[in-house]
Design a protein around this ligand. Sequence first.
Ligand code: GDP
Ligand code: MG
Length: 452
Amino acid sequence: SLSDRLTGALKDLRGKGRLSPADIDATCREIRLALLDADVALPVVRSFIAKIKERAKGHEVSGALNPAQQVVKIVNEELVGILGGETRRLTFAKTPPTVVMLAGLQGSGKTTLAGKLAKWLKDQGHTPLLVACDLQRPGAVSQLQIVGERAGAAVFAPHPGTSIGGGDNALGITAADPVEVAKAGIAEARNKQYDVVIVDTAGRLGIDAELMNQAIGIRDAVQPDETLFVLDAMIGQDAVSTAEAFRDGVGFTGVVLTKLDGDARGGAALSVREVTGQPIMFASTGEKLEDFDVFHPDRMASRILGMGDVLTLIEQAESVYDEQQAIDAAEKISSGQLTLEDFLDQMMAIRKMGPIGNLLAMMPGAGQMKEALSQVDDKQLDRVQAIIRGMTKAERDNPKIINASRRLRIANGSGVKVSEVNQLVDRFFEARKMMASMGRQMGLPGARRGQS
Ligand code: GDP
Ligand code: MG
């Protein structure tokens, strides 16, 4: 996985001042592969990586994150930005009805989306009307009628025997002309005061001029407030050429990504956003009406990167990391002055991030370290915490004063055996000594003072 490769490529080099070109290159190489794996189009990957390198250059090294994590953080922020930052909402017409036209290849999920949108709008108090302008595919009209019924929304269709359009609609439409049906649908919405019209259209398996001309005809007849380009996330690298054809043909104001419940990593989203400049507005995640939501750029970014866990870890590390506290601790470590109070503080900060097991599961790679730490469980940490809490402030600040009688009192107070208190105090002194020498080797702040 990407996170494993990143850890392989980079050692933990926290606190070096600035990200080095080598750190940035190594991380960007892996990010590039991750983006290509996610089906982001090559030119988009290239320009994106160039942008990242530019931004990462001269970037301050944060104390909370290692260089790989920092580049990942920048990449994630850029992705979220490109994918739209805040989600754009549907534009409603000043005078109803608002007209929303759906366009896209056959099978992309337009008709299903029509039902989802209708339900979503109904839930917000709107009164949508679905208009069946796919007269190409056999069964397309009745499919929309079924979907409309499920959503509890009215459907305007050209053929007799249907819920609204049957023979007695305003224009008596029965002809198989999608442009006429579209016009009649708008008239119907005006007459019966539906406030949103969703126009379902036909699609082909590939782009062709006839299809595009029909869509253009419908567009000109209904003057949509929004034209949504419906894109199957599973089509991968074909997304760009398809989006370009629809942009240059019928044109669109927003994108809906469908079939995100599949295993597509969603690179199509980034490519289409970059190439067409139009926002992704909704996401479809299944065949049922409820499998639908406004688009969340942050979720998509982490899906494209394929490292949701790492991003969560980054967020958590940053939220609990207190720069000054860390500098103070490093100073105390190097000078051998770490107290049990500091130790307790550090432990609490780490535990704020959640159960220790979860943290370990999220840590990329780090095999041996992980194994060692996996023997530390939360119950053990609870006991250590209880013991330190049973000490007086003076004892925590200067553990040397913890003699036999104090140990007995602490053990009784915290409900553990004296041997456990002994073990904790002994280990603490050992660890403090070891950490001080490591701190000096690593050149942590305060090392000089420790040596003098
Ligand atoms: P249209 O030709 O563009 O109208 O596409 P349809 O709405 O008829 O959808 C084509 C197929 O994809 C149908 O079997 C849908 O049930 C299915 N479908 C649509 N949206 C989704 C989705 O988000 N996830 C999944 N898994 N299937 C979907
Ligand atoms: Mg359809």
